[in-house]
Design a protein around this ligand. Structure first.
Ligand code: TXA
Ligand code: MG
Length: 311
């Protein structure tokens, strides 16, 4: 922890664990550090970053406040997989927010991440620690495999408990709350605090590249199959097959994967990115996948599966 903090204070990048995915973290108040995050990820600078800190009290230095009803969401879901879009103070550079007047912030529910953040007198800007457009990392090994040469330190916090990115909520032009990205907190849970909340309409200019039609994607072409449909004819020919849960037509053998062996949505979310990586690395010519049930966390999982199959 001390070593990780020392690297960050010196303006270097550290991969940090969170409950959702691993983040590629650096001092959010140092523009040259922020630039190096974009460079290492090969991420376009029009795609803004999320600010991480350990308590809501500290946020007052960096944002104008938490407007209702986002304050209620903060109270209910922080620390946790919730990101809020809040009016930024001038101390937050346009480079962090890609010129937007709002900055994305979250307080992760991960002991090591929060202990590290508590040691620092600056917030951490941290996108997911994957090359832009590729599958997000949920284990330190995933980070090492792809960014190991480009970063100074990976703080090992074990596998991520939630496994999909945070849910992003902001306000629309009329001041009504909208979900900008589905994630670790389901729409149903958000709606217990914000009744009737809706998904932001996909805009011509994507607000979050997590909203880009092709994202979170393996290198191998991937096709999403309708639930209950039979596997395609050519499935025996070097195709990988990802099932939601074990079932009768599960064809055991090489290149066969199951997202949720116990059928639980939480399990499927936790396994999603690891399974996508394994399917991508198994030598298949194509990956076929079945979706999760379209409810709760399953919606966020299916959102990722759809974008992964839109290469
Ligand atoms: O769970 C997570 O949120 C993880 C962990 C590391 O905290 N982080 C993460 O960061 O997923 P990233 O950079 O991969 O995704 C952040 C998303 C991007 O799609 C970005 O466009 C969007 O948040 N975003 C950031 N600031 C925004 C803003 N002011 N308005 C709208 N979208 C914003
Ligand atoms: Mg990402």
């Amino acid at each position: 922890m001390d070593e990780a903090a020392a690297h960050l204070r010196a303006g270097r990048l550290v991969a940090i664990p969170t409950e959702t995915v691993y983040g590629l973290a650096g001092n959010a108040l140092d523009e040259s550090v922020v630039l190096s995050i974009y460079r290492v990820k090969n991420r376009p600078t029009f795609d803004p970053l999320i600010l991480h800190t350990d308590t809501a009290q500290r946020l007052a230095q960096w944002v104008e406040g938490i407007p209702p009803p986002l304050d209620l969401l903060a109270e209910r879901f922080w620390p946790g997989p919730l990101t809020l879009l809040l009016p930024k103070r001038a101390v937050i550079s346009d480079l962090v927010t890609a010129g937007l007047p709002t900055v994305a912030v979250r307080i992760p529910a991960h002991d090591a991440a929060r202990a590290l953040l508590a040691r620092l007198d600056f917030p951490l800007a941290a996108p997911s620690a994957n090359p832009f457009g590729y599958i997000s990392p949920t284990q330190p090994q995933h980070v090492l495999a792809q960014l190991g040469d480009a970063i100074d330190y990976v703080l090992d916090g074990g596998p991520c408990r939630v496994g999909v990115e945070s849910t992003i909520v902001g306000l629309d032009a009329g001041g009504a709350p909208v979900i900008v990205r589905q994630g670790g907190i389901s729409i149903e849970e958000i709606a217990t605090v914000c009744p009737g909340i809706r998904l932001a309409a996909p805009s011509a200019l994507p607000r979050a590249p997590g909203e880009l039609p092709s994202h979170y994607a393996p290198r191998t072409p991937m096709v999403l199959l309708p639930t209950g449909s039979p596997p395609p004819q050519d499935v025996a020919d070097r195709a990988a097959l990802i099932f939601w849960k074990p079932e009768e037509r599960f064809v055991d053998g090489p290149r066969r994967f199951v997202l949720a062996p116990d059928g639980l949505l939480e399990t499927g979310a936790r396994n999603l990115y690891r399974v996508l990586r394994e399917a991508d690395a198994c030598g298949a010519r194509i990956i076929y996948a079945y979706p999760a049930p379209e409810e709760g966390l399953g919606r966020a999982i299916n959102d990722r599966l759809r974008r992964a199959s839109n290469g």
